[in-house]
Each structure stands twice: as C-alpha cells, then as structure tokens.
Design a protein around this ligand. Sequence first.
Ligand SMILES: Cc1cc2nc3c(=O)[nH]c(=O)nc-3n(C[C@H](O)[C@H](O)[C@H](O)COP(=O)(O)OP(=O)(O)OC[C@H]3O[C@@H](n4cnc5c(N)ncnc54)[C@H](O)[C@@H]3O)c2cc1C
Length: 500
Amino acid sequence: MSKRETNTDVFLIGTGIMSATLGTLLKELVPDWKITVFEKLANTGEESSNEWNNAGTGHAALCELNYTVEKPDGSIDISKAININEQFQVSMQFWSYLVNSKRIHNPKDFIMPLPHMSLVEGEENVDFLRKRFKALSNNPLFEGMEFSDNPEKLKEWIPLIMDGRNVNEPIAATKIDSGTDVNFGALTRMLFNHLEDNGVTIKYKHSVHDLKRTKDGLWELTVRNLQTNTIERHTAKFVFIGGGGGSLHLLQKSGIPEGKHIGGFPVSGIFMVCKNPDIINQHHAKVYGKAKVGAPPMSVPHLDTRFIDNKKSLLFGPFAGFSPKFLKTGSMFDLITSVKPDNIFTMLSAGAKNMGLTKYLIQQVMLSKEQRMEELREFIPNAKMEDWDLVVAGQRVQVIKDTEAGGKGTLQFGTEVITAGDGSIAALLGASPGASTAVQVMLEVLNKCFPQHIEEWKPKIKEMIPSYGLSLMENPALLEEVHTSTTESLITTEKEPFFS
Ligand SMILES: Cc1cc2nc3c(=O)[nH]c(=O)nc-3n(C[C@H](O)[C@H](O)[C@H](O)COP(=O)(O)OP(=O)(O)OC[C@H]3O[C@@H](n4cnc5c(N)ncnc54)[C@H](O)[C@@H]3O)c2cc1C
C-alpha cells in the first residue's frame, strides 16, 4: 500500500551528527521551516555517530600525525593541521552557543578536556616529531604544546605506557592539554531532543528507498515504514542525505549529474576495550602513534581515555579491516550494488591502485585476539589478555573519485559535500575528520544550497560563531576570546569527575 504525505521545507535523511547539526543550524536561522527527519533505525545516532562506533577524538590536529606531512626538503607542512584546527574551533563555538542559549545542557555529558599526545619511537620518527613540534608550537592555534624525549618525563605523562618498556631506542612525545574527548553519540541525541522539542518530526524505522525530482521541482522520497511494512511518499523543497555509509546509494538514486563517477570503499573497525578499573585509572590522555606501512591514515591505533555512560573508559584502536557493508547495520551487498555503469571504471581503477590496501585490510580482519594484543603491547607493554574485550566499531566509507592529482579512481580520505547545481539536494560522503568538523561542513551545505539566504543569515551565524568567515590564526585576539569563552562554556573545571 502506498500513501502520499504533504509538503515539507526540509528532509533530513539519517539521524547522525551531520543531520543533527544541519537541523540545529536551520532551526536557529529559519525557525518556521518545517523539517522532517527519516531514520531507518529505532533511535538517533546509532551508526557511526554512536560513542562506541567512533573514537571520540575532538580532531583539532593536536596529535594526529597524518595531518602534518614531511615535505621532500625535510620541512613539515602544517597547512592541513591548521585547517582542521580552525574547523574544530568552529564546532566549539557553535556548541558553546547552544549551551549558553540553553538549547542543550550539561556539556560535560558530551565533551571532556583530555590531553592529546603523539608518541613515536626510533631516531627518524623522533626527528620528525621534533620538527613537527617546532612548526606547530610557533602557531597560536597550537599554543601550550610540549615536547619531550626524556623517558623520565614520559613516565610522568604516560605511566601505563612507560611501565615495563625497554627504552633501547630514542622515544619522544608531544602533549597538549587543550585536547578533548567528545561523545558524539550523546551530542547527537541532545541535538535531536532539542529539535523534537521545537517541532521537528523524526520518523524512526522509516527507511528511504528512492528519491526523485517532481515536475514542480520538489523532491519526492519513497520511504518504507518498517513498522507497518508500507510504502509512503513524502515531498519537500530541500533534501539533505545524511545517511552516513548509506548516503552513496541514495545519492546515486537521486540521479543528479554531480553524483556520477563516485564510488565508495568501506573500512571497518574494531576497538579493544579495557575492563580492569585499575588499568583504566593509570591512563589519562589520547595517545596517537604513527601509521604502519600500508595502513590507511585514519586507522592509526591510539590509546584513548574515553568518557562514556558517565564512566571513564580505556579504548585501543580502531584496528582497520574490510567488510563490504557500508553501514554497521548494512548489507553484505552494499559494495557490489554501489557499482554502477557510470562509476565502474572509477571503481576498477581504484581496485587496481589499492590492492595493497585491500590486502592489508583483509589481513587485519584475520588477526586473532592474541595478535591484536601484540599490537596493544606496543602501547602497554604489560597488557594482559583477560583485561581486554573486542568491540566492533562503525563503518567508514571512503570516497573514490577521479581527480586531477590522483587520476582515475583515487581514494579520498576526507569528507565531500555533493550538491545539485540548483542547491535542492546535498549529500555528505566520506568520514574523516568526520564528526569534529560537522559544523563547518554543514555551513558549507548552507552556502552551496541556500545562496539566496546566506547574506540575510550572516548576522545570526556570526552571533553563533564569532569567527565565521575569519581565520583565527590570523586574528590572535579573536582566537584568545574564542578560546576563553568556549572553555568557560564547555569545559568542566572538575578534576576527574567520572572516576570509575
Ligand atoms: C571507527 C571510527 C572512528 C571514528 N573516529 C572519529 C573521531 O575520533 N572523531 C571524529 O570526529 N570522527 C570520527 N569518526 C567519524 C564520525 O564518526 C563520522 O564522520 C560521523 O559520525 C558521521 O556522521 P553522519 O551523520 O554522517 O553518519 P551516521 O552517524 O552514520 O548516521 C547516518 C544515519 O543515517 C541512517 N540511514 C542510512 N541510510 C538510511 C536510509 N536509507 N533511510 C533512513 N536512514 C538511513 C543510519 O541508520 C544512521 O542513523 C569515526 C568513524 C569511525 C567509523
């Protein structure tokens, strides 16, 4: 049976952090617009945005070594790190506005201060880290970063990692206390609660199957109501495809030319979770290492203190792996059904170029728990099998497209906003740096899709995000102001409030 529903201004597909952020921005800018959200699962934020499915790093390039590459002349390129840090400051300002204006409450339920550290071993890596530290610590965005190659100092910073370690080669770390652990699942739920309280309709257990443009320029969604097993049709002026891994298939169904020649490559993840409170309490930081040869850059395992369910936890990972599913709750046919006549050559080229990566990911899936323990012991030399469990993380679908620099079938490690020429539909693909940059990415959606409104919206956007349109790095006084105000609004001053 099929039934047709009335018009709406905006459809958001998916209840992850991206739709939550876009919905919240629109609610502030145009409170009267009618917004409806479709979610195939029974709750908000159950896929990648859920706290157990991602690593919860507030990515500000404070510790992730893949954002600073060494150039052939030996100098360090920090441009990507600056860009990501600036984007994270945009998120911090928006979250701060939402807390100050009482749209959301109890920021410590979604953001906690946590030192971000990079740790390397071996002379070459230590040299790299020292140069990276010099390049970043001169920049106001990275103020407060410390470097040490003294094992005694490292014992103070990371006792659990140094305990039982044979220091027979150079070792060094950087540490910056302004890092954060972000519970993106909790934040997503808070944002959707706020939206529901303000008239937004969320249709759970509604899976969007198809979308097409109507003669009068609207978008009609074909949606399966999974509770009643009926088909519904709904129309709106604007659609945001925020389906995470599910976005690519929906973009393809939209038929927009901008969505052609694009493919997706799924990377799965596994975390190790510590269940021994004595061990958990010996560590207080996010510690990132260097990617192993052949590993995709966003899958460098790291040892992270996390704050989940009002408890301090300790997670190691994610170990990358391969699964053809595009969502954790997806289908084994996701990869194969994403291959279409327009992207088959792009996909085949990517396959040929990335044989090494695929082999690496398949090997990673096959690792036994003991082999994973060996990787963990590179961080915690005394780690014991009985203290750790394995938990499956979310899926990350990396974008494959043809680029000038990389040629046909180039694997991308960033996020991509794809919009129709007339701005009536937008889709978000890719997963890195991900949730941390959701606000900047959704501002990009607003810019591309609503150019006719953006001038009139600017004063409100500036009120919410004082650095909007400006570079904080080039405005140190504004950076100082933003840093002080976001810290005051978001960061709790209690010490270790969630000791388990
Ligand atoms: C292992 C891992 C570690 C990560 N670590 C970090 C990190 O440390 N920091 C960081 O900032 N980011 C991190 N990320 C990335 C971050 O989690 C994602 O970028 C972000 O959560 C994506 O949000 P989203 O809203 O696009 O998608 P999701 O949160 O995946 O939400 C998509 C929603 O759409 C729904 N949906 C899909 N298809 C349909 C359909 N057809 N109809 C209806 N509903 C549909 C899904 O059920 C889901 O609820 C990590 C991701 C992974 C997987």
